[in-house]
Design a binder for this molecule. Structure first.
Ligand code: HEC
Length: 143
């Protein structure tokens, strides 16, 4: 299943190179692949990753109800936003995360000439998917 998601991602990148027709084919392919993925398989792993790395700033469900940093939105609070799932898929490119989160398959090791000013969080795309699966299980305030 995880392989399938990574294959989907390579499909998207490949389609970017082969143009429009390829893109459409990849989109079809993605729908087929997504439909066959079992839901919620990575919830426990996602909970663990979020507890380890995200609670430093965010309130993450019942893990740290009184923790986090005041100016940082809570995970449950973010579920008010219609596009919260997309935000969790891409959070590592949305500020402030690029300064502290690195996805091992996506970006190279940080150069020694560019030291991190905060403790760097290194995740895999699998971890990102698992976090999303976990956040899906949190109560939604909007519905
Ligand atoms: C150093 C503190 C810090 C850490 C650690 C952190 N975040 Fe965030 N995150 C923030 C702040 C601050 C915002 C609000 C940004 C804004 O308002 O533009 C945010 C916003 C978000 C958003 C919404 C993004 C948007 O722009 O809509 C998501 C999703 C998110 N974080 C997920 C995560 C996940 C998952 C982790 C753990 C892997 C994590 N964050 C770790 C500080 C942090």
């Amino acid at each position: 299943m995880r392989e399938a998601k990574n294959i989907m991602r390579s499909g998207i990148m490949l389609a970017g190179q082969v143009g429009r027709r390829g893109w459409r084919a990849a989109a079809c392919w993605m729908m087929i692949m997504t439909a066959s993925l079992p839901a919620g398989a990575d919830v426990d792993h996602g909970r663990e990753v979020a507890a380890t790395h995200c609670t430093r700033c965010h309130v993450v469900g019942d893990i740290n109800p009184y923790g986090g940093i005041e100016s940082t939105p809570s995970f449950i609070g973010m579920k008010y936003l219609a596009d919260w799932e997309r935000r969790f898929e891409e959070f590592y490119v949305l500020p402030p995360h690029p300064a502290l989160v690195r996805i091992s398959e996506v970006s190279a090791d940080r150069s020694e000439e560019r030291p991190a000013f905060v403790h760097e969080i290194v995740l895999t795309l699998e971890d990102v998917d698992a976090i999303l699966d976990f956040v899906r299980t949190l109560p939604s305030p909007a519905r």
